[in-house]
Structure formats: structure tokens, C-alpha cells
Design a protein around this ligand. Sequence first.
Ligand SMILES: *Cc1c(COP(=O)(O)O)cnc(C)c1O
Length: 458
Amino acid sequence: MELPFAESWKIKMVEPITKSTREQREEWIKEAGYNVFGLKADQVYIDCLTDSGTGAMSDRQWSAMMMGDESYAGARSFFELKDAIEKITGFKYVIPTHQGRAAENVLFSALVHEGDYVPGNSHFDTTKGHIEFRKAHAVDCTIDEAKDTQKELPFKGNVDPEKLEKVLEQHADKVPFIIVTVTNNTAGGQPVSMANLREVRKIADKYGKRIVLDSARFAENAYFIKKREPGYQDKTIKEICKEMFSLADGMTMSAKKDGLVNMGGFIATRWEDWYEAAKAFVIPFEGYLTYGGMNGRDMAALAVGLDENTEFDTLVTRIHQLELLASLLDEYGIPYQRPIGGHAVFIDALRVLPQIPKNEFPAQTLTIELYKEAGIRGCEIGYILADRDPVTRENRFSGNDFVRLCIPRRVYTDNHIRVIAAALKNVYDRRDEIKRGVEIEWEAELMRHFTVKLKPLQ
Ligand SMILES: *Cc1c(COP(=O)(O)O)cnc(C)c1O
């Protein structure tokens, strides 16, 4: 008999999680203003709010913590981190920061100016924010197919080379760099192929431009290249990572994702001039060059995390959980964005609850139902998150309305994944009984999803 798939780790320390009753959850979500961000974590059974900073560290990482060097300048832990990054990426200049957006803030302070254009594939919110805050334009050059939730493509995160070339033809002198996000978070954790990175490199070279990889999930991207792109099956994840970064000039990193740590980030580059320019901003914004925003012990743990997460076994265990979830949703007929990405499933709420009008927020309604059903905390990536149009103050109902369920790294077992799928099925099976959605009682002007107060409609 073929042995079933199982995790490539065993458990040495456990953290209890609390089950609750439906009555308790109905009370708690009401107190939270029907906004899952307002819940206490202890009121959640399985937390799928985000995969950012929610992973579990290994015994090797915890022992590295004890060896952390907290020297202000020239800490040993910094050099361990720098060596680990250089080994994986080939980039020899490294600047630690307290998280990914801080890496963007430091690097973009040096490189992005008013009136610039920064083309890329679905810039992440904070990336876009740091570009627009500097009165520059983030131009989305993702392939059109990424918008079709039901279309199965192996590399749905790719850059459309024609769109990219058009931006460069029109604005070449105003483009400080091209940014490619791996995996493409905003498009649903969808990977970018090596062939696409090569095409982007060719266009960049033609116009004499550099490329930054927004690398939060670079290891997951390498895993998908190994599994899906011809010619990479026999290469190691580390070899694939090296090749990905060889096609770029620098990176910003949120280490809270593929760094397998709870807080941290960095900039790395092969270019001394970029390093010199960024140096001027890291000291006032983050800290001295050899710690940026990080503790010595946290840099030590990150060095180990980067090494562990560029091993096939770590990644196959993680992606298997996403694949398991997808296969169960397929069995139950629950519509989600296809194919499943590397860190989350996006449930298509408009297809689950077509009877709920858009101005009653179907995805938020489904998020609340899922919490009430089983204490599972997902997150609306839809019409509440989209905020209002800054000019007309109308809600923006043109995009997708998703419930995102992120899977933290090395935290839950396959049994928890089965609970998530079963809870979704229970809600899906009684979807016709859900007749009304929610209305907004109070909202902030910007980024309202974090603090919005809602009321269920009867
Ligand atoms: C999370 C993330 C960031 C921002 O990183 P933080 O650590 O949350 O500040 C930037 N880009 C991508 C693609 C991300 O997923």
C-alpha cells in the first residue's frame, strides 16, 4: 500500500486553542461590530486571518534566538543573516528593516520621486501606498487572465510583457525600476514563471532599467516553478531561487511570510549605488545599518528560517495543505479563485450568495457566517476593503468580492484543514437561508475594513 502524505515535521511544543459554542460566537461577533478584526484571538478557534507573522518557528530557529548577538554595530547575527541572504539570492548588500513595508519605505525614499511610474504585477497595498504617497504612479501590468477567477493557468501572477513595454515606451525616463511580486499576492498568491522573469529582464535591459522583486513569498514561487515549469523538476528550490534572483537587481522582503519569523524584513541588492542611497534613510527611519529594525536574536532566527523554507520538504508540506483544502472545496462544489495559490484560498462570495445585493456586502456576510458556524476567522477581500471612490464617495463594486482564508505556516494540521472545509460546506449547504447581508453603521474614511462597524439586516 502506498503510504499517505504526511508533514515533514513533528510537534515539540503545543498551544491550546479554544472551542466555543454558536451562542458565544453570536455574542462575540456582535460585540465586535460584526467585524472579525474586532474579535479577541481567544474567541477564534482556527485563525485564517493572515499568513503574515503567524507561522511557527522550528527548534533550530529557537536555539538560534538564544545565540543572538545584540551588539548595536556589527552584530554577529547580522552577518549570519547577510550570509544566508547572499547564499540564497546572490545579493551582497543587505539592510534589515522591521518588516516589509519598512523595506519599501527605505528603498523607495531613495529611488521613487514625484511623477515617476513604477510598473509591476498587481502591486501589494503597502507597495502601492509607498509609491502613491510619493506622488508617483503604480502601473499594474498583470496578465488579463488573472481577473478571471475560474480560469486555470499555471502562472496566473505573470507580468504582461506588452503592457510593460508600453509603459516603458511612454515613460522610460520616469521609471526608477520595475517591481515584480513573487508570488503575486493580490492576484491570489499566484506564481510568476521563470520564463516571465526572463522576459521582464529582456525588456528591462532594452530600456536600461533595474528590477526589484517584492519577495515576501519567493520560496513558494520557486516551489511552483519546480512543480509546473518544464526544465525545473530536477532542480533544488535553492537553485531555482538563485536563478530567480539572478534575473533581478534587488529585493524588498517581508520576512513574516517566507522568512518563517513573526516580525522582520530586509532590502538586498547587488548594486552598491542602491545600497549607498538607501543607507541615508535606514538610519533615521529604522536603525543603524547592521540591525535596521530588528533584534539580533530575530536576525539569527531569520537566517535559519530562510534556509529552512528554501528546502523542498518544508514547502511541499505547506502547499499540500492548500491542495487538500482545494480538493475538498472541489468535492463540495464551493467556488473559489482557481487554481489555489500558495498561501490562501479566496472564496468567490458573489457565486455563493448571489441573492445578497452588493451593497449588503456578500463576502463580509459569508465571513460572519463562517465565524458563527465554527469559530473560523477569515477576512473579507472585497467591497468593504475596496473603500469608497475618493471623488464620488460611492462604494466601489467593480472588482471581486472574496472571503480569503490564509493558512499559517507549520501551525495547523490536516485535521484543522478538514474542519475549515466542513464548516464552509455547512454554510454553503444552507446558503439559500441567508437572505440579507449587512449595512455599515460607522466607517473610517480610508482603510475602513480594519475598524468598520456593521449591523446585520433582517
Ligand atoms: C506582506 C507584504 C508586504 C508588506 O510587508 P509587511 O511585513 O506586512 O510590512 C509587501 N509585499 C507583499 C507581496 C506582501 O505580501
